[in-house]
Design a protein around this ligand. Sequence first.
Ligand SMILES: [Zn+2]
Length: 414
Amino acid sequence: MNFVRRLQCVQCGAIYSTRVPYTCPTCGVTGILDVQYDYTAIARQLTRRRLEARSEKNHWRYRELLPISDRAVLPALSVGWTPITLTPPLAQELGLKTLYLKDDGRNPTGSLKDRASSVAVVKAREKRCHIIACASTGNAASSLAGMAASLGLKSVIFVPERAPEPKVTQLLVFGATVLRVRGGYDQAYELCQKACEQWGWYNRNCAINPYLVEGKKTVGLEICEQLDWDVPDWVAVSVGDGCTIAGTWKAFREMKLLGFIRRTPKMLGVQAEGAAPVTEAFHSGKALRPVTPQTLADSIAVGVPRNWKKAVLAVQESGGTMLNVNDAEILEAMRSAGRLAGIFAEPAAAAALAALHRAVREKLISPRARTLAVITGNGLKDIRAAQSAVSGPFEVAPDGTGLEEALRQRGLIG
Ligand SMILES: [Zn+2]
């Protein structure tokens, strides 16, 4: 059994049983469903002390707050419980007194998406689907392929024609069936939807699957527990389709509801200047207007975010705000995180750091605030973007010619 009681459409408010597979039957694909639990029953079973006594160092320690049964077969890969570190030198560089980094690049396939994919494969198995599909080229796809492999399921990934080779290779290594669709992302997405309907595969598209955001939620649950139930004043999360920030906020709301934390943090939603429809909708109060995304932060380069409404509501409810950063600021933040904290962040993750920097400069956040940035993915996954953040190595001859000059330039010798 589990504690899920019902599903509610975020668009029309209609209530459904968990037998509704994906989106609201009335609203169609825009009717994203929110998973609702019996919190009274959860509170009887789950206390801070019981939680702290659990030995599992992964995100299944929050099973009461996840849409999985207590008899579920879980993937062997360990997801979540990623470290939170204080980074005084980086904090100082960004103009902050206190900055925590939650490094989700340390998940098995290198991104926060593992939290969602691990729940997806468990749900697929529960529904006796042995094939699970998604359309993506990025972290969602590699994460799904890895998690499916870990649980003995088959994965089918639809990628657009121009999907980058390294990412396609990662999928192939995980044993996914990769279908390169002659067309763009939207066409790959459509074809994936049709295939799932035709052959009854489980659909791991974040846009429509209500359970994925529940997996993402665990990043917020961990922040509460790892910081000893004393949450930061601000939590910065980059926003692509809006799922991650909505999930993180849901965690804080639930922890407050259960009485585990006294207050919730303000959310800082971050987009790239070249792909900022959610920020626009947040500040204008109007419906989202799609854009053609242009940014090197590919994980948040989303022109038509499907979960924008949940994201906007999350930031509003938290009393936070949204802002944009440009690619130059993102690259600068990537260098700073690497140089001052030893963390190789993907561009989307660096965007959260760049946004904190900007928020302090623009006096949206006090320099004395306790802040946390979610590092959503590892920079090694997008080496091309990282290369544009740094200069190349020094060329040195085997006999040492050029060595002293290089060391002098770096200030390592006088
Ligand atoms: Zn609806």
